[in-house]
Design a protein around this ligand. Sequence first.
Ligand SMILES: Nc1ncnc2c1ncn2[C@@H]1O[C@H](COP(=O)(O)OP(=O)(O)OP(=O)(O)O)[C@@H](O)[C@H]1O
Length: 281
Amino acid sequence: MSNTPSSDTRSSDSLITTDVETGSNDRTAESRATAVATRDLNVYYGDEQAIDDVSMDIPENRVTALIGPSGCGKSTFLRCINRMNDMIEVCRVEGEVEFGGKNVYDADVDPVALRRRIGMVFQKPNPFPKSIRDNVAYGLKIQGFDGDVDERVEESLKGAALWDEVKDQLDSSGLDLSGGQQQRLCIARAIAPDPEVILMDEPTSALDPVAASKIEDLIDDLAEEYTVIIVTHNMQQAARISDRTAVFLTGGRLVEYDDTAKIFEDPEEQRVEDYITGKFG
Ligand SMILES: Nc1ncnc2c1ncn2[C@@H]1O[C@H](COP(=O)(O)OP(=O)(O)OP(=O)(O)O)[C@@H](O)[C@H]1O
């Protein structure tokens, strides 16, 4: 969302070569059911068009990366999926986002219920000024969860690879954790309501390389259970962790969308090659 490049972002742009490591995970390339599909999606902020007629099928239980230069609409696209753009008054969405057999923009879709099924993790870790336990339990309370909250908190913290580090301090403030731990706490909070899809908007760009690397490993694990859609400026990160990559270019156009290895090793479009080899962006 920010317009400023951050520590782990632009520096890597010119490093993409044919040696770039892609598809290091164990997931196979077999075709998957579609978790989320957009159809003729157009998004405007007032008179300015931010997404231009994007139709895209996003596979379930895979990591899909959205890459492209600053301002090309990646965050806008991500926010359409769970209707976070509803919060922006000047934002207008045309077209469809299909999820769970419905267009999420249908009048009878409750955005709050939608966001329980499509969780979100932001660029800057944003824990609540509450205990670690309450941070994770927060969404459960809102949804009237009637199971064992402590058990779900433990499962979620384990799922976010944080349990071992915090199990003896669940009543301490989430704000006392390191940045990387805070981001994993936010991931635990996002997975506690047991969503199907997790949206991540540059989740490592505010973190040091070690913390970022832990989150990358975690994203790989999360794809076992969830569909992960991630915006990143860091092309090496996209190459390392994603199965599919969508390249957006100026004006919110989806220029190429394919298996990650294909995008990084043999893209169809010259503009995509120029972008990933650092000729612009
Ligand atoms: N809340 C908003 N109000 C008005 N215009 C906006 C708003 N958010 C984004 N835009 C505009 O929409 C376009 C796409 O922005 P968006 O943040 O989606 O791009 P991005 O690719 O995620 O950028 P970045 O990589 O810098 O985060 C830009 O021209 C931006 O200025």
